[in-house]
Design a protein around this ligand. Structure first.
Ligand code: FES
Length: 105
């Protein structure tokens, strides 16, 4: 059985935009760059505010609260005050639907 969970239509997420959704009760931030989509936990590892309140700076996601930055592809913390990476999940697009593997580590 597939571990991937269908979420929203790719066409509903404009390139260069992001959207918060919930998958299996978890807050997930979808980020689209070109035809690629990334899924990150919508919780800053600094003080757990939502990263969906932040903004994109090319491949960086900037937390609006205290300025932490993360790599949208890997979740790597790129700027203090965050020093822990944010969780990411594998994404695929099947028949125009964004699917996320929530069980992957
Ligand atoms: S909560 Fe994100 S930088 Fe502090």
């Amino acid at each position: 059985m597939s571990e991937y969970v269908p979420t929203i239509e790719l066409s509903s997420l404009e390139p260069g935009s992001m959207r918060r959704i919930e998958v299996n009760g978890a807050p997930v931030l979808l980020v689209r760059q070109g035809d690629e989509v990334f899924a990150l936990h919508d919780r800053c590892t600094h003080e757990e505010f939502p990263l969906s309140d932040g903004w994109l700076d090319e491949h960086r996601l900037v937390c609006s609260y205290h300025g932490a930055q993360y790599n949208i592809k890997t979740g790597e913390a790129l700027a203090l005050p965050a020093y822990e990476n944010v969780k990411t999940w594998p994404v695929r697009v099947v028949n125009g639907i964004i699917e996320i593997n929530m069980k992957a580590d």
